[in-house]
Design a protein around this ligand. Sequence first.
Ligand code: DON
Length: 315
Amino acid sequence: MPKMEERLPHLVEQLDGWIEKSKSLCQHGKVASYIPELAKGNQAALGIHLIDGYGNEAMAGDASTVFTLQSISKVFSLLLALMDHGEQLVFDKVGMEPTGDSFNSMLKLELVQPGIPFNPLINAGAIAISSLITGASQQHKLDRVLDFFRLISGNEQLNYNEAVYQSELQTADLNRSMAYFLKDKGVIEQSVDDVLDVYFHHCSIDATCKDLARMGLLLAYNGYDPIRGKQLVPKRYVQIAKSFMVTCGMYNASGQFAIQAGIPAKSGVSGGILTLIPGAVGIGVIGPALNSKGNSIAGVDLLEKLSQHYDLSIF
Ligand code: DON
Protein backbone atom coordinates (compact mmCIF):
# COMPACT_ATOMS: atom_id res chain seq x y z
CA MET A 1 0.00 0.00 0.00
CA PRO A 2 1.51 3.41 -0.95
CA LYS A 3 2.11 6.04 1.75
CA MET A 4 -0.74 8.34 2.83
CA GLU A 5 0.58 11.33 0.80
CA GLU A 6 0.47 9.17 -2.32
CA ARG A 7 -3.01 7.82 -1.63
CA LEU A 8 -4.65 11.20 -0.90
CA PRO A 9 -4.64 12.72 -4.40
CA HIS A 10 -6.46 9.65 -5.71
CA LEU A 11 -9.01 9.81 -2.88
CA VAL A 12 -9.61 13.51 -3.63
CA GLU A 13 -10.04 12.88 -7.39
CA GLN A 14 -12.61 10.19 -6.72
CA LEU A 15 -14.58 12.07 -4.04
CA ASP A 16 -17.69 12.78 -6.15
CA GLY A 17 -17.85 9.11 -7.11
CA TRP A 18 -17.71 8.00 -3.47
CA ILE A 19 -20.56 10.36 -2.59
CA GLU A 20 -22.63 8.86 -5.41
CA LYS A 21 -21.98 5.34 -4.11
CA SER A 22 -23.33 6.13 -0.62
CA LYS A 23 -26.00 8.75 -1.33
CA SER A 24 -28.83 6.35 -2.12
CA LEU A 25 -28.72 5.18 1.51
CA CYS A 26 -30.11 8.56 2.64
CA GLN A 27 -33.62 7.39 1.75
CA HIS A 28 -33.35 4.56 4.32
CA GLY A 29 -32.51 6.89 7.23
CA LYS A 30 -34.58 9.29 9.30
CA VAL A 31 -33.88 12.95 10.04
CA ALA A 32 -33.93 13.57 13.84
CA SER A 33 -37.15 15.18 15.00
CA TYR A 34 -37.08 14.82 18.81
CA ILE A 35 -35.63 18.35 18.72
CA PRO A 36 -38.29 19.78 16.34
CA GLU A 37 -35.98 22.30 14.69
CA LEU A 38 -33.65 19.49 13.54
CA ALA A 39 -36.47 18.01 11.44
CA LYS A 40 -35.74 20.76 8.90
CA GLY A 41 -32.56 18.86 7.89
CA ASN A 42 -32.40 17.71 4.27
CA GLN A 43 -32.99 13.94 4.17
CA ALA A 44 -31.25 13.59 0.79
CA ALA A 45 -28.08 15.53 1.59
CA LEU A 46 -24.62 13.97 1.77
CA GLY A 47 -21.40 15.99 1.75
CA ILE A 48 -17.75 15.76 2.73
CA HIS A 49 -14.87 18.20 3.20
CA LEU A 50 -11.20 17.31 3.76
CA ILE A 51 -8.31 19.55 4.83
CA ASP A 52 -4.66 18.49 5.10
CA GLY A 53 -1.86 20.04 7.13
CA TYR A 54 -0.73 22.22 4.18
CA GLY A 55 -4.19 23.76 3.92
CA ASN A 56 -5.15 21.78 0.79
CA GLU A 57 -8.91 21.29 0.70
CA ALA A 58 -11.29 19.05 -1.18
CA MET A 59 -15.06 18.82 -0.99
CA ALA A 60 -17.90 16.97 -2.63
CA GLY A 61 -21.67 16.66 -2.49
CA ASP A 62 -23.60 18.89 -0.10
CA ALA A 63 -20.53 19.98 1.88
CA SER A 64 -21.78 23.57 2.18
CA THR A 65 -24.86 22.50 4.22
CA VAL A 66 -25.10 24.37 7.53
CA PHE A 67 -26.02 22.20 10.53
CA THR A 68 -25.65 22.32 14.30
CA LEU A 69 -22.77 20.48 15.95
CA GLN A 70 -24.96 18.61 18.45
CA SER A 71 -22.96 15.82 20.07
CA ILE A 72 -19.83 16.59 18.04
CA SER A 73 -19.43 19.59 20.36
CA LYS A 74 -19.00 17.22 23.32
CA VAL A 75 -15.43 16.39 22.23
CA PHE A 76 -14.48 20.04 22.43
CA SER A 77 -16.36 20.95 25.61
CA LEU A 78 -14.36 18.07 27.12
CA LEU A 79 -11.12 19.66 25.87
CA LEU A 80 -12.12 23.03 27.31
CA ALA A 81 -12.99 21.45 30.67
CA LEU A 82 -9.64 19.61 30.69
CA MET A 83 -7.86 22.88 29.93
CA ASP A 84 -9.84 24.64 32.67
CA HIS A 85 -9.34 22.02 35.40
CA GLY A 86 -6.89 19.25 34.44
CA GLU A 87 -7.47 15.52 34.26
CA GLN A 88 -7.94 14.71 37.90
CA LEU A 89 -10.95 16.92 38.52
CA VAL A 90 -12.59 16.06 35.20
CA PHE A 91 -12.34 12.33 35.91
CA ASP A 92 -13.88 12.85 39.33
CA LYS A 93 -17.02 13.83 37.39
CA VAL A 94 -17.06 11.38 34.46
CA GLY A 95 -15.72 7.90 33.79
CA MET A 96 -13.69 6.52 30.91
CA GLU A 97 -15.82 3.61 29.71
CA PRO A 98 -18.32 3.08 26.90
CA THR A 99 -21.85 2.19 27.95
CA GLY A 100 -23.08 0.17 24.98
CA ASP A 101 -26.36 2.07 25.47
CA SER A 102 -27.92 4.89 23.46
CA PHE A 103 -26.61 8.43 23.93
CA ASN A 104 -29.52 9.57 26.09
CA SER A 105 -29.86 6.43 28.21
CA MET A 106 -30.00 6.77 32.00
CA LEU A 107 -29.73 3.05 32.54
CA LYS A 108 -26.17 2.94 33.87
CA LEU A 109 -26.20 6.14 35.90
CA GLU A 110 -26.74 4.20 39.11
CA LEU A 111 -24.27 1.43 38.31
CA VAL A 112 -20.59 0.92 39.18
CA GLN A 113 -19.65 4.48 40.10
CA PRO A 114 -22.93 5.72 41.57
CA GLY A 115 -24.03 8.94 39.99
CA ILE A 116 -21.00 9.41 37.78
CA PRO A 117 -21.73 9.15 34.04
CA PHE A 118 -19.71 6.45 32.28
CA ASN A 119 -18.05 8.81 29.80
CA PRO A 120 -18.14 12.45 28.61
CA LEU A 121 -19.71 11.69 25.20
CA ILE A 122 -23.08 10.39 26.40
CA ASN A 123 -25.58 13.12 27.26
CA ALA A 124 -25.26 12.68 31.04
CA GLY A 125 -21.45 12.88 30.80
CA ALA A 126 -21.52 15.91 28.54
CA ILE A 127 -23.92 17.68 30.91
CA ALA A 128 -21.51 16.99 33.79
CA ILE A 129 -18.67 18.38 31.64
CA SER A 130 -20.70 21.50 30.82
CA SER A 131 -20.84 22.24 34.55
CA LEU A 132 -17.03 22.48 34.54
CA ILE A 133 -16.69 25.27 31.99
CA THR A 134 -15.44 28.24 33.98
CA GLY A 135 -16.51 31.88 33.69
CA ALA A 136 -17.22 34.87 35.92
CA SER A 137 -20.89 34.84 34.84
CA GLN A 138 -23.23 32.70 32.74
CA GLN A 139 -22.67 35.02 29.77
CA HIS A 140 -18.91 34.77 30.24
CA LYS A 141 -19.15 30.96 30.10
CA LEU A 142 -21.15 31.11 26.86
CA ASP A 143 -18.67 33.59 25.40
CA ARG A 144 -15.73 31.37 26.36
CA VAL A 145 -17.37 28.34 24.75
CA LEU A 146 -18.04 30.21 21.49
CA ASP A 147 -14.55 31.75 21.48
CA PHE A 148 -13.03 28.28 21.90
CA PHE A 149 -15.00 26.86 18.96
CA ARG A 150 -14.03 29.88 16.84
CA LEU A 151 -10.39 29.36 17.78
CA ILE A 152 -10.21 25.66 16.99
CA SER A 153 -12.21 25.94 13.76
CA GLY A 154 -10.29 29.02 12.60
CA ASN A 155 -13.73 30.48 11.84
CA GLU A 156 -14.55 33.75 13.61
CA GLN A 157 -18.07 33.63 12.12
CA LEU A 158 -19.21 30.55 14.08
CA ASN A 159 -22.28 31.29 16.15
CA TYR A 160 -25.06 29.82 18.24
CA ASN A 161 -28.23 28.89 16.33
CA GLU A 162 -30.91 30.50 18.48
CA ALA A 163 -33.80 28.56 16.90
CA VAL A 164 -32.16 25.18 17.55
CA TYR A 165 -31.16 26.27 21.05
CA GLN A 166 -34.77 27.26 21.85
CA SER A 167 -36.12 24.08 20.30
CA GLU A 168 -33.78 21.98 22.40
CA LEU A 169 -34.60 23.93 25.55
CA GLN A 170 -38.31 23.27 25.06
CA THR A 171 -37.98 19.52 24.51
CA ALA A 172 -35.37 18.75 27.13
CA ASP A 173 -37.23 16.73 29.74
CA LEU A 174 -34.91 13.72 29.51
CA ASN A 175 -31.72 15.81 29.67
CA ARG A 176 -33.26 17.85 32.48
CA SER A 177 -34.04 14.74 34.49
CA MET A 178 -30.46 13.51 34.07
CA ALA A 179 -29.13 16.88 35.18
CA TYR A 180 -31.29 16.83 38.34
CA PHE A 181 -30.06 13.32 39.08
CA LEU A 182 -26.45 14.49 38.70
CA LYS A 183 -27.13 17.46 40.95
CA ASP A 184 -28.60 15.19 43.62
CA LYS A 185 -25.44 13.06 43.52
CA GLY A 186 -23.20 16.13 43.81
CA VAL A 187 -21.72 15.62 40.33
CA ILE A 188 -23.21 18.97 39.31
CA GLU A 189 -22.84 21.73 41.86
CA GLN A 190 -24.45 24.71 40.09
CA SER A 191 -28.04 25.40 39.03
CA VAL A 192 -29.38 22.77 36.63
CA ASP A 193 -30.74 25.49 34.33
CA ASP A 194 -27.35 27.20 34.02
CA VAL A 195 -25.54 23.94 33.31
CA LEU A 196 -28.09 22.89 30.69
CA ASP A 197 -27.89 26.37 29.17
CA VAL A 198 -24.17 25.81 28.49
CA TYR A 199 -24.82 22.28 27.20
CA PHE A 200 -27.66 23.28 24.82
CA HIS A 201 -25.66 26.22 23.58
CA HIS A 202 -22.60 24.20 22.58
CA CYS A 203 -24.83 21.62 20.89
CA SER A 204 -26.51 24.38 18.89
CA ILE A 205 -23.44 25.95 17.26
CA ASP A 206 -23.90 26.20 13.49
CA ALA A 207 -21.12 24.75 11.35
CA THR A 208 -20.31 23.31 7.94
CA CYS A 209 -18.22 20.29 6.91
CA LYS A 210 -15.28 22.66 6.47
CA ASP A 211 -15.46 23.68 10.13
CA LEU A 212 -15.55 20.02 11.17
CA ALA A 213 -12.60 19.26 8.90
CA ARG A 214 -10.59 22.09 10.41
CA MET A 215 -11.36 20.92 13.97
CA GLY A 216 -10.56 17.36 12.92
CA LEU A 217 -7.22 18.53 11.55
CA LEU A 218 -6.35 19.96 14.96
CA LEU A 219 -7.06 16.56 16.51
CA ALA A 220 -5.13 14.81 13.72
CA TYR A 221 -2.09 16.91 14.72
CA ASN A 222 -2.57 16.33 18.45
CA GLY A 223 -3.65 19.86 19.29
CA TYR A 224 -1.21 21.61 16.94
CA ASP A 225 -2.74 23.72 14.21
CA PRO A 226 -0.43 23.10 11.23
CA ILE A 227 -2.01 25.94 9.24
CA ARG A 228 -1.40 28.65 11.84
CA GLY A 229 1.69 26.91 13.26
CA LYS A 230 0.41 26.99 16.86
CA GLN A 231 -0.23 24.44 19.63
CA LEU A 232 -3.81 25.30 20.62
CA VAL A 233 -4.63 22.36 22.91
CA PRO A 234 -2.21 20.21 24.96
CA LYS A 235 -1.36 16.94 23.20
CA ARG A 236 -2.32 14.82 26.22
CA TYR A 237 -5.87 16.21 26.24
CA VAL A 238 -6.31 15.56 22.53
CA GLN A 239 -5.12 11.98 23.06
CA ILE A 240 -7.80 11.60 25.74
CA ALA A 241 -10.45 13.05 23.40
CA LYS A 242 -9.45 10.78 20.51
CA SER A 243 -9.51 7.72 22.76
CA PHE A 244 -13.10 8.57 23.68
CA MET A 245 -13.94 9.09 20.00
CA VAL A 246 -12.73 5.57 19.21
CA THR A 247 -14.51 3.92 22.14
CA CYS A 248 -17.68 6.07 22.44
CA GLY A 249 -17.76 8.58 19.55
CA MET A 250 -20.35 6.74 17.48
CA TYR A 251 -22.48 5.81 20.52
CA ASN A 252 -23.48 2.18 20.74
CA ALA A 253 -22.17 1.64 17.22
CA SER A 254 -18.60 2.62 18.17
CA GLY A 255 -17.29 -0.96 18.12
CA GLN A 256 -18.77 -1.58 14.70
CA PHE A 257 -17.36 1.69 13.34
CA ALA A 258 -13.92 0.85 14.80
CA ILE A 259 -13.98 -2.45 12.95
CA GLN A 260 -15.41 -1.16 9.67
CA ALA A 261 -13.64 2.22 9.46
CA GLY A 262 -11.04 2.27 12.27
CA ILE A 263 -10.67 6.06 12.54
CA PRO A 264 -11.52 8.26 15.56
CA ALA A 265 -14.90 9.86 14.88
CA LYS A 266 -17.72 11.75 16.56
CA SER A 267 -21.25 12.01 15.28
CA GLY A 268 -24.18 14.27 16.10
CA VAL A 269 -27.94 13.92 15.65
CA SER A 270 -28.05 16.65 13.03
CA GLY A 271 -26.12 14.19 10.82
CA GLY A 272 -22.59 15.53 11.12
CA ILE A 273 -19.54 13.32 11.59
CA LEU A 274 -16.12 14.70 12.47
CA THR A 275 -13.23 12.37 11.79
CA LEU A 276 -9.56 12.41 10.87
CA ILE A 277 -6.57 10.60 9.48
CA PRO A 278 -3.90 10.90 12.21
CA GLY A 279 -1.04 13.25 11.33
CA ALA A 280 -2.57 14.01 7.94
CA VAL A 281 -6.17 15.07 7.35
CA GLY A 282 -9.27 16.46 9.08
CA ILE A 283 -12.62 15.32 7.67
CA GLY A 284 -16.16 16.66 8.05
CA VAL A 285 -19.22 14.81 6.78
CA ILE A 286 -22.91 15.76 6.75
CA GLY A 287 -25.85 13.48 6.05
CA PRO A 288 -28.95 14.33 8.14
CA ALA A 289 -30.72 10.99 7.54
CA LEU A 290 -29.78 8.87 10.56
CA ASN A 291 -29.62 5.12 11.20
CA SER A 292 -31.23 3.49 14.24
CA LYS A 293 -28.24 4.37 16.47
CA GLY A 294 -28.43 8.10 15.67
CA ASN A 295 -25.48 8.21 13.25
CA SER A 296 -25.68 9.52 9.67
CA ILE A 297 -26.65 6.46 7.64
CA ALA A 298 -24.93 7.51 4.42
CA GLY A 299 -22.09 9.30 6.22
CA VAL A 300 -21.11 6.12 8.06
CA ASP A 301 -21.27 4.14 4.82
CA LEU A 302 -19.14 6.73 3.02
CA LEU A 303 -16.44 6.70 5.71
CA GLU A 304 -16.39 2.92 5.93
CA LYS A 305 -15.99 2.66 2.16
CA LEU A 306 -13.23 5.29 2.05
CA SER A 307 -11.38 3.70 4.95
CA GLN A 308 -11.52 0.22 3.48
CA HIS A 309 -10.53 1.33 -0.01
CA TYR A 310 -7.64 3.58 1.07
CA ASP A 311 -6.58 1.52 4.09
CA LEU A 312 -7.14 4.31 6.62
CA SER A 313 -7.72 2.20 9.74
CA ILE A 314 -5.40 3.11 12.61
CA PHE A 315 -5.47 -0.46 13.87
O1 DON B 1 -28.88 16.44 24.07
C1 DON B 1 -29.22 16.09 22.95
O2 DON B 1 -30.05 15.22 22.77
C2 DON B 1 -28.56 16.77 21.76
N1 DON B 1 -28.24 18.13 22.05
C3 DON B 1 -27.29 16.09 21.37
C4 DON B 1 -27.55 14.71 20.94
C5 DON B 1 -26.64 14.14 19.97
O3 DON B 1 -26.16 14.72 19.01
C6 DON B 1 -26.48 12.74 20.21
N2 DON B 1 -26.39 12.10 18.98
N3 DON B 1 -26.20 11.47 18.19
